[in-house]
Each structure stands twice: as structure tokens, then as C-alpha cells.
Design a protein around this ligand. Structure first.
Ligand SMILES: *Cc1c(COP(=O)(O)O)cnc(C)c1O
Length: 481
């Protein structure tokens, strides 16, 4: 929109612009002293300047407001100050129905992991320092023993994320040689992570064997040559090949690789450190199984089904892990102390807790019973209905949650949702915006001409209370949306 109208209409408006108060007088305004005490003079001055600039802009337009009062100016300053000082990393409600949601930061941490992060953030810690020997140590030491114990591996190392773990593994063990992988496992995880591209980035020459749906042991055997560097297996974590399928067992692949004198690496993606079937969840491969099958390297994420911080965990044979640790890329991909502290605390729960599924929020959300979620939806429906009166209808309906982040792509968990329907598609989109405009934004999912809030990830404690408490702001957010 143009900043200036015709000179004629602008003439009268210019006067109103002259009536805008000065920054200093607003800064001293009695109605702004609470905000000033709370957020400080610097932030308040910025909010005042921005608000005045917005008003100057508005008053210069042909459709400029004809009145200007202090009260609305002050309200706007306070609101702008609120937005200015609000963290970009503030909490949101994940009611998308995807439990481990990459765009929403994946797994929430366990309380003990949060405490460990706070300690490590506040104080020096023995990160690369051997307290017993009193000399320099290796930062993997914080978690290596725990990982070895939990997976049965000889050694372990940790990097920034699983994509980094795969890159490091392939680079350290396969650069300059051929990496052999089944055609059915040429995965794309999303973003720019595609197995063939990662292999290229790692300096490996890709050799695909078998067909999309079936790969046999002889396919690998025939592909082996002097140039072979590594055999790779990737967990097809975000899709499933079903029907007439066949793949080679991990144990057999390990034998084929070792008979040829080359290493075998498995990218598990998620990797569960506990038996999911015992929790009434669909089976998810465990790193321990891959290690027992003879893999030299097994990679998996710290923040998927494991329920810890973002990290790429590599467990395996001592010799292979040592090659990763010695590689210059390790330094570029390593984790910081906050991540390692959180990961250590998370792993301790798997080793020591009587019930990790209770202590780890990710597992707690995944194992919530549908009956409990349905009761919660019924409990919340009247207040949500009241808040949306004249805006949308609200019903409690059954739905299916996903585990998320490419974990167990075809499996779904029974759940319940608050389902909102409005008069038009536009109204529905406006409602979605209004929910995102709440002090703690609510993220749902548009599906089938309705907005679904899957309550699986709304813990029935402080979270539910916080959700209910901010409903009163919903009509205001609707107006602003
Ligand atoms: C998720 C995933 C990755 C990437 O892991 P990030 O932790 O997101 O870096 C790689 N491989 C597989 C099989 C995955 O599922």
C-alpha cells in the first residue's frame, strides 16, 4: 500500500500526525510504568517508537483514522511490547496428532534430563576432563559406557544428529570406495537427506542392488569386488514396502560383509532402547538387536523414540568407532555439553528406572490410553464450545495418532480429538490462525474440512490446566486473526 495519499486528503491528516505524543512523554506515562518496570526502558522505548511509526504510516493513508486517543495508543504499545519480548522458542501445544514432531522440536525431555541441562548450562562440567586421572579426556566418555551397556556394543560415539552419524560413518569407513545398499532402502528422510546424496557427500560410490521390493543375498555377493568399501542397511522408517517383498537379514549381511573383509553399517533411524511390544506399542527395532546381528556400526537418533535430546548416536565395534572418533569430521559434528548432559540423564533412566515409560515424557505420551484421552476430551469440550460460541462447533471424535519423525510409518495409535467445524473454509483457517495466536500457541491439524486437536499430547496435568486457562483469550485472538 502506498504511504502517501493525494496532497489534499493528506493535509488534515498531517495535523493528527502532529498530535502524536513524543517518545519521552509516553515513556513517562503513568499507564506504562508497570510495563517499564517489568521489561525495562530499552524494550519499552523500542515498542513506543515502533507504535508511533505505525501510527504515522496509518495516518498518512487515504483511509486514515480520524481520531487518536491516548488509551488506544497505550494499549497498542503494551501489546507490541508483549510481542517484542516474547521468546521465539516459547512453548506451544502440539495437538497435531504426531507425537514426535520434527517441526515442533521432537521429544520433550525427562525432568532429570532437564535438570542435567540446567546444571551443565550454569556450571563448568568435566566435559573433556578425566576427574580421576586429572587430565584431558574424551567427551564421549559421558555416555559411552551407558550406551555400551544398553546396546551390548563395544564402543559408542555421539554427534549432532542421526544424519551426521550416517555421514560420519560412511565417510570414515567408506570414503573413496563403493557403498552397497539395497534398492528398496534408498530412503529420503525429508529435507535434503537422501541416502544416495549422503553417500556422495561422504565420498562413497553408490552401488544399488536388488529390486525395489526384493533383494537377495546373492545380489550383494555379486556386487562385491576389490572396490567395495562398506555394506549399508537403512531402516525404511517413513514408508513401508508391503506385498511381494524380501530383504536380507542383518545377520546374513554382516556375514557377507565380514567374509569380504569390509564393515557393515545399519542406519536404524529411530531405534528404541526398550521393548515397545511390552508397552503395547508396535514393534520398533532395537540397536541391541542390530549389534547382536553383527553390525560394525549402528546409527540412531537421540530425539525420536528414545525420547532424549537431538543427537546422532553411533554404537558398534571398538575398531570401527575409533575410526569415527579419529576422523576430522567428528570434531565438526560433535555435540555440545547441554546435549551430552541431557543424553546421559536420559540413558540413565533406561538403565536404572523401574519404569522408563513413566519417566520419559515421549513414552508417557505414546502409551497414554485412549479411554483416558477420550475422558479428557469430554472434560474439555464444554469450555472449548463456550469459547468458540458463534465461531465454530465442537465435537469429541475418535482419531488416530502417529508416532512421527518417520518412526513406524504405518502404525497408528487410537486417540480422541476436539473437532472444530466452521461455516466456511475461510472461517476454519481463521480459527486455526486464532489458535496459533494464543499466548501459548495451539497447533492442530486441518483435515476433512475440520480442525482436529488430537489430545494425545496434552498431558492431563499442568498442560491441561494451561490449555483451559487460556481459552478465555480465544475470542480476542479470533478478532485479531
Ligand atoms: C530420522 C532418520 C534419519 C535422520 O535423523 P536425524 O536425527 O533427523 O538427523 C536418518 N535415517 C533414518 C532411517 C531416519 O529415520
Amino acid at each position: 500500500m502506498s504511504e502517501t495519499g493525494s496532497p489534499k486528503t493528506n493535509f488534515a491528516k498531517t495535523d493528527l500526525r502532529r498530535h502524536l505524543p513524543a517518545v519521552a512523554s509516553l515513556l513517562a506515562h503513568p499507564a506504562l510504568q508497570t510495563a517499564r518496570a517489568r521489561h525495562g526502558e530499552r524494550a519499552l522505548t523500542r515498542a513506543i517508537r515502533e507504535t508511533l511509526a505505525a501510527w504515522r504510516h496509518r495516518l498518512a493513508r487515504p483511509d486514515a483514522p480520524t481520531t487518536l486517543d491516548d488509551a488506544s495508543l497505550i494499549d497498542e504499545i503494551v501489546e507490541r511490547l508483549g510481542r517484542l519480548t516474547q521468546s521465539n522458542a516459547r512453548a506451544v501445544f502440539n495437538l497435531t496428532g504426531t507425537v514426535i514432531h520434527t517441526n515442533l522440536g521432537r521429544a520433550p525431555l525427562a525432568e532429570s534430563a532437564i535438570d542435567a541441562v540446567v546444571q551443565a548450562a550454569r556450571h563448568p562440567i568435566a566435559l573433556e576432563y578425566d576427574l580421576e586421572a586429572g587430565r584431558r579426556g574424551d567427551r564421549d566418555r559421558l555416555v559411552e559406557e551407558l550406551l555400551a551397556e544398553l546396546t551390548g556394543a563395544e564402543a559408542a560415539t555421539v554427534v549432532n544428529n542421526n544424519a551426521a552419524a550416517v555421514l560420519l560413518g560412511l565417510t570414515a569407513l567408506g570414503a573413496g570406495r563403493e557403498a552397497i545398499i539395497s534398492r528398496g532402502e534408498m530412503i529420503e528422510i525429508g529435507g535434503a537427506f537422501r541416502m544416495p546424496d549422503v553417500m556422495t557427500a561422504a565420498g562413497c560410490r553408490l552401488v544399488e542392488v536388488g529390486a525395489t521390493n526384493r533383494t537377495h543375498a546373492r545380489d550383494f555377493q555379486q556386487a562385491l569386488s576389490e572396490a567395495s568399501g562398506i555394506i549399508v542397511k537403512a531402516h525404511t522408517s517413513n514408508y513401508a514396502v508391503t506385498g511381494f517383498t524380501s530383504s536380507v537379514a542383518e545377520r546374513e549381511l554382516a556375514e557377507i560383509a565380514h567374509a569380504h573383509g569390509i564393515p557393515f553399517m545399519i542406519d536404524l533411524g529411530s531405534g528404541a532402547l526398550t521393548d515397545f511390544r511390552a508397552l503395547d506399542l508396535p514393534h520398533e527395532s532395537q540397536p541391541a538387536e542390530a549389534i547382536a546381528a553383527g553390525a560394525d556400526l549402528v546409527t540412531f537418533s537421540g530425539d525420536k523414540l528414545l525420547g532424549g535430546p537431538q543427537a546422532g548416536i553411533v554404537v558398534g565395534k571398538r575398531e570401527a568407532i575409533d575410526r569415527l572418533k579419529r576422523h576430522p569430521l567428528k570434531r565438526a559434528l560433535r555435540c555440545d555439553k547441554l546435549t551430552l548432559a541431557a543424553l546421559e540423564a536420559t540413558l540413565r533412566l533406561y538403565r536404572d528406572s523401574d519404569a522408563p515409560e513413566r519417566d520419559l515424557p515421549a513414552l508417557r505420551l505414546l502409551t497414554r490410553r485412549d479411554t483416558e484421552i477420550a475422558a479428557q476430551a469430554t472434560r474439555l469440550a464444554p469450555a472449548v464450545t463456550a469459547a468458540l460460541e458463534g465461531i465454530a462447533s465442537v465435537r469429541v471424535e475418535a482419531c488416530r495418532s502417529q508416532l512421527g519423525s518417520g518412526s513406524l510409518p504405518v502404525d497408528r495409535l487410537d486417540s480422541h480429538a476436539l473437532v472444530m467445524r466452521a461455516a466456511s473454509g475461510r472461517a476454519l483457517e481463521r480459527l486455526e490462525r486464532a489458535l496459533r495466536g494464543l499466548p501459548r500457541p495451539v497447533i492442530g491439524r486441518l483435515h476433512d474440512e475440520a480442525l482436529w486437536l488430537d489430545l494425545r499430547c496434552l498431558a492431563a496435568d499442568a498442560d491441561e490446566a494451561a490449555f483451559a486457562a487460556q481459552l478465555e483469550a480465544l475470542p480476542r485472538c479470533w478478532e485479531a486473526a
